[in-house]
Design a protein. Structure first.
Lengths: 311, 671
């Protein structure tokens, strides 16, 4: 059986042009105390562009400046120096928000409202007509899978459910640019898979997504480009595939073969003949996420106990 | 309008003239004062804003690549520059008017007398204020045009739902405690004062409950949103920040307005369904539309009314100088005179017109127990001139004085009431001579009484040609209309009177409607309380906002005293001088030795007065909106009066909202 080399297609193919949705120049934020004395530089001279139609990830440890960047782009903070534009408008201009959807890290919503009222409220903030609000709310409640719970107040929701309704409010205006702060926070693995699928779907619909997350696997799974911040400074910026590519090693995958010492020796000889060294030989491991997904789907199809302890 | 209420007093008491659209000069000065005060604060705000914006700029990049500080608008710089130039002129006027003395020629502008430089100063301060208001208010107005009512409504609805679902509204049920216990159980009162007590107690209860709850909600709303980060999902929508302020404001205003309406309606049902005494119903369950006249004092000398200017009434030594007194005796020359330059045309068609009054009595002797003081009322028109010689109808060709003719014709027609068969004769007599007399009416302390004035008086008055020269003694401008002259007949007693103690009853309105109009007074105060609390909440934490707003609101109840003190009119000097008097055990009225220490203390007091004068313009004049007295005393609240109060309310609230706009705009929500 011929071995098949699997090479993933470059992810940035979804970018639809070179138009920048976000541009920052020398963007700096320094926190000061009451007397104007400098306390901490949260972001230092950030130069960044986010292209239309891509999923852009902001990475970094706690206090690296990810959330500060998002808050500066949303006008929640004012820059100490430099500029930030979104859709060509200054970040402090509220008109830009017409085309933005924002999901905060925690779902900061009014817990005395139910799902329908929540979406109706945010729809009104976009000056949407009643018919449009009702139609959009119904679509989004279905999208985030809360039809059964749409009349319950948010205080009765689990964290994952609040994250879902939070996403729905972020999409109420059918935004062109979606900012997601820790979008998979509070979601179970199935919810995480669903969320990542949705983010990809948004990109496929031509929307631009900016997300920041601590979960590197999530970022790697969905982002086209990433920026890594550390201590307020931009450390790395580029395509995810290129950044994570290990140019020193080659991976070959094949199917319909058995692991035998002969095969191992043959492959080792071929590699040696080309001047390389075989490092490992064996079955590749799947991800835990794939395993979980498989188990849940099979359990749905065939309810009942599946695991039997070894006798 | 300022009206104060005391359960003992059965009439309206106005410390200052009520505002009306008739007094245009006074309104013009109010506008000038407002421009000066609001303009001064606008200039201060402009300076602070421009300075902080210069030090902490937020730049926009223009298409040509240039940077522009988005916090500084050209109109702000222009307004500040123009205002600064005009204020410099005002400063020059202050310097030049320093040499003015009592002999400096004065000019009258809008009925107020000023020296030349004094006028320049007043108008320069107003013009500078206007420029500062344009500079400071320009961006506010510009951003107001971007607002959408749907967003404001959404935020208001949110606030309303929040309060309802958090069960805040249950607090309003506390008012039931007041309604459950009749006021007469607790107050030893005359039966006629029962409704006054009920209205007074329930309105005070509503004031406390609604204002404190409304203020709490408003003070904690935005700080709680910021603390819970819920505001992040709002300001990241296309919402102008001021829309959040207005949304919260209108939401809570809607809530407390609904509560106010329910409480008012419930109170009205209880009054109507309750077992209120007939005396109280007669006294207060009405809505009189009163026609007030101008009041002066006069003396009768040789049957002529004279010395109106010199005689200002007797001061009997009471601390309250609101009323002045006329001495009582059958031959007393003292008169209290009310002039009604214009009366409604329909008075002429009426058989009788009610004249109501309630006076204070100052007794120098105990008098007879259970007996009041006797007072004579003389109602006269321009036509009445007792010394004038007229043709004697009984002796053709002969002349007789008008007084003698009247006395002869009025025999047997004294103190006739409309129920009497002689009333038509009295009416005819009044029409012929322009005079009607009611003698020796017995009055009691602050007890509202009523006599009937024949309609003939008003027919006589209307018969005067329009161009008639002032002919009524003591009245410089009365050419038509009527005068009511009051004389105290009881020896060694004094009757205290003020302008609003006597009036013709034009008509009587509906008490229930008036009761609802009275609730506007509480509503006006609610608007003030919410506006102040919301404004502070845009910058301070909830607790701090509540405490400052409540403190400022409570200060409003002492505004008269603060004004008196800040103008240097109080006895005993400022705080430091008073302290010095306390330490020295010095009398409040005694002059202190002009030692360097005393001079220094007085100088510091002068500075504190200047500061307090500025603060008084910030303190809400909550007493102005006390409309309960009207309802309690049974006086109709006119639409013009409500409108004037609304205008002054807007003039007060608007600067607060502008301040809230800038504070909210400058705030880093996520900081």
């Amino acid at each position: 059986m011929p071995a098949t080399a699997v090479a993933e297609q470059p992810r940035t193919q979804h970018s639809t042009g070179s138009e920048f949705i976000v541009e920052t120049r020398n963007l700096t934020k320094t926190y000061k105390d009451f007397w104007g004395r400098k306390k901490k530089t949260a972001l230092n001279a950030l130069d960044l562009q986010i292209k239309k139609g891509e999923i852009f990830g902001l990475l970094g440890p706690n206090g690296s400046g990810k959330t500060t960047t998002i808050k500066l782009l949303l006008g929640l903070l004012f820059p100490t120096n430099g500029e930030a534009t979104v859709f060509g408008k200054p970040a402090a201009d509220v008109r830009k928000n017409e085309r933005i959807g924002y999901l905060p890290e925690e779902s900061y919503l009014y817990r005395f409202l139910n799902a329908e009222e929540t979406l109706d409220f945010y729809g009104r903030l976009f000056d949407m007509s009643r018919e449009k609000r009702e139609k959009r709310a119904a679509e989004l409640i279905e999208l985030v899978g809360l039809q059964q719970d749409r009349k319950r107040t948010l205080r009765e929701y689990s964290k994952g459910m609040r994250q879902r309704i939070g996403l729905a409010q972020a999409l109420i205006n059918d935004p062109d640019f979606v900012i997601l702060d820790e979008p998979t926070s509070g979601l179970d693995p199935m919810g995480t898979i669903w969320m990542k699928g949705l983010i990809r779907q948004l990109r496929d619909d031509g929307k631009t997504v900016l997300m920041c997350s601590h979960r590197l696997d999530d970022v790697q799974d969905v982002c086209d480009r990433i920026a890594i911040l550390y201590n307020g400074d931009l450390q790395e910026l580029g395509d995810v595939d290129k950044l994570v590519e290990d140019a020193e090693r080659i991976e070959v995958r094949a199917t319909n073969l058995r692991l035998t010492p002969e095969l191992k020796n043959d492959l080792s000889d071929v590699i040696a003949r080309h001047g390389g060294t075989m490092e490992s030989f064996g079955h590749p491991t799947t991800t835990l996420e794939d395993l979980f997904k498989k188990v849940v789907e099979e359990s749905k199809a065939r309810p009942g106990r599946r695991y039997l302890p070894p006798t | 309008m300022q009206a104060s209420f005391s359960p003992l007093i059965g009439v309206m008491k106005f410390e200052s003239e009520p505002l009306s659209f008739d007094s245009w000069n006074r309104l013009a000065w109010l506008v000038i004062d407002w421009l000066q005060d609001a303009g001064g604060f606008a200039m201060l705000g402009l300076c602070i804003w421009l300075l902080t914006s210069y030090l902490n700029p937020i730049y926009d990049v223009l298409p040509n690549g240039k940077k522009r500080n988005r916090l500084i608008k050209p109109i702000m710089v222009l307004g500040a520059a123009v205002a600064a130039c005009i204020y410099l002129i005002a400063l020059g006027a202050v310097y030049l008017s320093g040499g003015d003395n009592p002999t400096t020629p004065r000019i009258v502008v809008l009925e107020q007398s000023y020296t030349r430089w004094g006028v320049v100063l007043e108008f320069a301060l107003a013009a500078g204020g206007l420029a500062a208001i344009v500079g400071f208010g320009g961006p506010f107005l510009h951003d107001c045009l971007k607002m959408r009512w749907r967003r404001i409504y959404a935020l208001a609805l949110l606030s309303f739902k929040e309060a309802v679902r958090r069960r805040v509204v249950w607090v309003f049920l506390a008012i039931l405690i007041l309604y459950l216990f009749p006021a007469r159980w607790f107050f030893q009162e005359k039966p006629e004062d029962e409704i006054k007590s009920i209205v007074g107690v329930t309105t005070r209860g509503m004031n406390v409950l609604l204002i404190s709850v409304g203020m709490l909600l408003a003070a904690f709303s935005i700080p709680t949103d910021i603390k819970n980060l819920t505001i992040h999902t709002i300001v990241t929508k296309p919402v102008e920040r001021f829309e959040i302020v207005l949304g919260r404001f209108f939401g809570y205003l809607g809530l407390v307005t609904a509560a106010l309406l329910l409480m008012t309606g419930f109170g009205l049902v209880l009054i109507n369904a309750g077992n209120v005494s007939s005396e109280a119903a007669d006294e207060s369950m009405k809505a009189r539309v009163a026609l007030y006249g101008r009041m002066q004092f006069g003396k009768i000398v040789n049957r002529q009314l004279v010395s109106m200017e010199e005689f200002k009434g007797v001061d009997v030594g009471r601390e309250d100088v609101y009323r002045k007194y006329i001495a009582g005796h059958p031959s007393s020359p003292h008169r209290a005179i009310w002039s009604f330059p214009s009366v409604p045309k329909r008075f002429e068609q009426m058989d009788s017109v009610p004249l109501e009054f309630a006076f204070d009595i100052y007794r120098t002797t105990k008098g007879e127990e259970g007996t009041g003081v006797q007072v004579t009322f003389e109602v006269a028109t321009h036509a009445w001139d007792p010394t004038k010689r007229i043709d004697d109808p009984l002796n053709p060709g002969a002349l007789i004085s008008m007084q003698d003719a009247y006395d002869r014709d009025a025999k047997g027609l004294t103190n006739v009431t409309p129920e009497s068969p002689n009333w038509p004769k009295v009416n005819a007599l009044a029409e012929r001579y322009g005079r009607y007399v009611y003698q020796n009416w017995q009055i009691f302390d602050y007890h509202t009484s009523r006599i009937s004035v024949p309609g003939g008086i008003f027919k006589n008055s209307a018969a005067a040609p329009a161009e008639t020269k002032p002919s009524m003694p003591g009245s410089k401008s009365l050419t038509r209309g009527v005068q009511v002259r009051v004389k105290c007949e009881t020896p060694s007693q004094f009757v205290g009177v003020a302008r609003y103690d006597l009036y013709f009853v034009e008509s009587e309105g509906n008490f229930s409607l008036n009761y609802f109009k009275g609730a506007f007074g509480v509503w006006f105060r609610l608007v003030i309380a919410l506006a102040i609390a919301i404004t502070f909440s845009t910058y301070f934490a909830g607790v701090v906002s509540f405490l400052i707003a409540m403190g400022l609101f409570i200060l409003g109840f002492f505004l008269d005293f603060i004004r008196e003190f800040s103008s240097g009119l109080n006895i005993g000097g400022g705080p430091l001088e008073s302290l010095a008097r306390l330490i020295k055990n010095s009398n409040a009225t005694a002059d202190l030795d002009a030692t360097p220490t005393v001079k220094a203390l007085q100088m510091f007091d002068g500075v504190s007065r200047w500061v307090w004068r500025r603060i008084t313009t910030v303190i809400p004049d909550v007493d102005r909106y006390g409309l309960t007295d009207y309802v309690a005393q049974g006086f109709s609240i006119g639409p013009e009066f409500l409108l004037m109060n609304l205008v002054t309310l807007m003039a007060y609230v608007l600067p607060w909202l502008v301040a809230a706009y800038y504070l909210m705009k400058a705030r880093e929500i996520a900081a």
